[in-house]
Design a protein around this ligand. Structure first.
Ligand SMILES: NC(=O)c1ccc[n+]([C@@H]2O[C@H](COP(=O)([O-])OP(=O)(O)OC[C@H]3O[C@@H](n4cnc5c(N)ncnc54)[C@H](OP(=O)(O)O)[C@@H]3O)[C@@H](O)[C@H]2O)c1
Length: 255
């Protein structure tokens, strides 16, 4: 979909979702609970209905400046009531022990999962610093931030990095609010085990690369995976909840 569909004066909520072409990101795009919202999908393939596609390979750092420029262009002088960036894009590839997997793929994993959330999160905060409405930043985390899984070293490290980045950025935004400056609420969200292509990929992995594969097959066989739409609604529900800035939330523990 072209950028021609964007009409600043008709938009109350500006939304960017990275990874809205699939899984949780696609479900987020399909369940936006706000009227007069304009949604931008930042991904390689796009295709989410009714959504503007900003094509980007987020494992390539040269794409990040273009996304910052997009945040700045849309938020500068915007009269919207709220702006939300949900960073959902992520990958498990390459699954397997560090020291054995392909080095170029391992580098892309680190850039996409660890570096992009921090740099794009920073870019959104910078663009939102002069925005007069409410700003929200949600970064997708995982139970792998706290539980170590053999075969997921860079994935787990990246989610731990997301959590700690959020804690620090949340403190900084609290300080801005105390100084009377525009601030953004920054939250890390663990969605639970959700039925997406990422879970399909996990179950298809050889145990030599991922020894815990049987645990995830069992969850699937017992019907214990969450629907992406339920995870998406849980994430959207955070917008109106009272949460500390810098909160690290597990959707399964929300009451
Ligand atoms: N599913 C779960 O059980 C689960 C559990 C815990 C946490 N999470 C987290 O939730 C988030 C979404 O996961 P999911 O399960 O929805 O996965 P998914 O269905 O595999 O979707 C991944 C999304 O990330 C995008 N993406 C991947 N590589 C990209 C790249 N290089 N550049 C730009 N976009 C890229 C994909 O878009 P393109 O391929 O079009 O680029 C796709 O839209 C991830 O951060 C994941 O770590 C998922």
């Amino acid at each position: 979909m072209s950028t021609d569909m964007f009409a600043a004066r008709e938009t109350d909520t500006l939304i960017w979702i990275s990874g809205a072409s699939s899984g949780i990101g696609a479900a987020l795009a399909a369940t936006v609970p706000f009227d007069r919202a304009h949604v931008v999908d930042i991904s390689r393939s796009g295709g989410a209905p009714g959504v503007e596609h900003l094509p980007a390979d987020l494992s390539d750092p040269s794409s990040w400046a273009m996304i910052e420029a997009h945040f700045v262009a849309r938020l500068g002088g915007a009269e919207a009531k709220q702006a939300i960036f949900v960073h959902s894009a992520g990958t498990l590839e390459p699954i397997g022990p560090a020291g054995t997997v392909d080095s170029a793929a391992y580098t892309r994993n680190v850039l996409l999962n660890s570096a992009a959330p921090q740099v794009l999160g920073h870019a959104f905060l910078k663009a939102a610093a002069g925005f007069s409405g409410e700003a929200h930043l949600y970064l997708l985390s995982s139970g792998a931030a706290r539980s170590a899984y053999a075969g997921w070293s860079s994935y787990g490290a990246s989610k731990a990095a997301v959590d700690q980045w959020v804690r620090a950025a949340g403190l900084e935004q609290t300080q801005r609010a105390e100084e009377g400056l525009p601030s953004c609420r920054v939250v890390a969200v663990t969605p639970g085990v959700v039925a997406t292509s990422m879970q399909d990929q996990i179950r298809a992995t050889d145990p030599s690369a991922f020894p815990d594969v049987e645990k995830f097959k069992g969850l699937y066989e017992r019907g214990e995976l969450r629907k992406p739409e339920d995870a998406a609604r849980g994430i959207w529900s955070l917008v109106d909840r009272h949460l500390d800035n810098g909160a690290v939330i597990d959707l399964r523990k929300l009451t």
